[in-house]
Write a protein that binds this ligand. Structure first.
Ligand SMILES: Cc1cc2nc3c(=O)[nH]c(=O)nc-3n(C[C@H](O)[C@H](O)[C@H](O)COP(=O)(O)O)c2cc1C
Length: 384
């Protein structure tokens, strides 16, 4: 059945809309993950291992869903994880995502591989902005990105630490997905079957990765898979010491994205990070890695109150957010829940996805008998 935005009510609907509206290789880049994609599916399934237990008969006319994270108060307790290449998914790209983040007052995560420059984003959007740093071998590129984030007043920095090499994303290998996109015999048909996307790609602002292109040709002038890009361009010598060195040049809150063990969570405190994103990169890196939600309680028990904890990955429903917050996460974040809607319908899609997520969270909090996020706690959770 032909999907329309107004008939989308949840992440699964937005996924179907994206699949219908964009070329196959691009859809599979968003949707896919590493190896057998076990971790990818498990990230969401993990939320089914426990149930919510409500406490009723509490007045819930006024609900406060705000949380404080990385130096900012955000109204939606789930924010937009940084994701690469957004103008490939829809020509409005980061401009659409930033607009929606601003409307719902949540953190806007901006990837090092964003398709719009730090300067434009910094000037255009007033919502809290998190820049995600992939630490490259090219030191001048890292310094340049950081210096621009300082100049354009970004609010926090997230260093991704789970991408020391590219994950084995077999869907991308099969479809031949590269950045910038390269037409292959196999993919030609799928581009022809998405004429609106293809027309926009051809006539609108040319695809670019503004943060990288004055330093590198790979990914912009030289087409390559994202996996090969990471393996070739990122710094495999990245270490705790190097994180400390970066921290010296960054005065605002620092977050480490991709922390999964208690040991590393403690080290994150030692190097002066304000937050960790408990994350396996949406299952796109180490397949077989534990899910962030499964790992959350262990990390909360060890470091809660000493560092902020963000649960990132697998979140598709408001109840997933409530479960993670009940277990002690300070906030949640996600990628695909807003990316499918961006790919399917641009700015109005992302706004609808955030609006539905907000409605779910508000409704579910009322059903839980909670009027603020601090009312949620471990007593609300039972394991099956
Ligand atoms: C298409 C896509 C691109 C991504 N690009 C980046 C990126 O550039 N940097 C990064 O740190 N994480 C990136 N991620 C991971 C997200 O930040 C986030 O950790 C992940 O999407 C969470 O899982 P979820 O999609 O199930 O919510 C990407 C994820 C997707 C789906």
């Amino acid at each position: 059945m032909f999907k329309r935005l107004e008939n989308c009510y949840n992440t699964a609907d937005f996924r179907a809309l994206a699949k219908q509206n964009i070329p196959g290789p691009i859809f599979h880049y968003i949707d896919g993950a590493a190896d057998d994609e076990k971790t990818y599916f498990h990230n969401t399934e993990a939320f089914d291992k426990c149930d919510l237990v409500p406490n009723v008969l509490n007045p819930v006319t006024n609900i406060d869903t705000s949380v404080e994270i990385l130096g900012k108060k955000i109204d939606l307790p789930i924010f937009l994880s940084p994701t690469a290449l957004q103008r490939l998914f829809h020509h409005e790209g980061e401009r659409a995502v930033g607009e929606a983040a601003e409307e719902f007052n949540t953190y806007f995560g901006i990837s090092s591989l964003a398709t719009i420059g730090i300067k434009e984003i910094g000037k255009k959007f007033n919502c809290p902005k998190m820049f995600q740093l992939y630490v490259h071998k090219d030191k001048s590129l890292n310094e340049d990105m950081l210096q621009k984030c300082v100049e354009y007043n970004f609010d926090s920095l997230a260093i991704t630490v789970d991408t020391i090499v590219g994950g084995n994303r077999e869907r991308d290998l099969r479809t031949g997905f590269t950045s910038p996109p390269r037409l292959t015999m196999g993919s030609m048909l799928s581009f022809a079957l998405s004429p609106k996307w293809s027309m926009n790609y051809l006539v609108r602002e040319k695809f670019s990765l503004p943060q990288l292109e004055s330093h590198l040709s790979e990914g912009t002038k030289i087409a390559m898979s994202v996996g090969d890009y990471f393996t070739k361009m990122l710094d495999q010598e990245l270490s705790w010491k190097k994180i400390e060195d970066i921290k010296k040049n960054w005065e605002k809150p620092l977050c480490l994205k991709g922390i999964m063990s208690v040991e590393d969570a403690k080290k994150a405190i030692d190097v002066g990070a304000s937050a960790i994103m408990v994350s396996n990169h949406g299952g796109r890196q180490l397949d077989g890695s534990r899910s962030p939600f499964d790992q959350l309680e262990e990390i909360v028990n060890a470091v809660s109150g000493k560092i902020e904890i963000i649960c990132d990955g697998g979140i598709r429903r408001g109840t997933h957010v409530l479960k993670a917050l009940s277990l002690g996460a300070n906030a949640c974040s996600g990628g695909r829940f807003y990316l499918y809607s961006l790919a399917g319908a641009g700015s109005s899609g992302v706004k609808r996805a955030l609006s539905l997520m907000n409605d779910e969270i508000v409704r579910d909090m009322k059903l839980m008998g909670c009027s603020s996020i601090s009312d949620l706690n471990k007593k609300n959770i039972r394991y099956k």
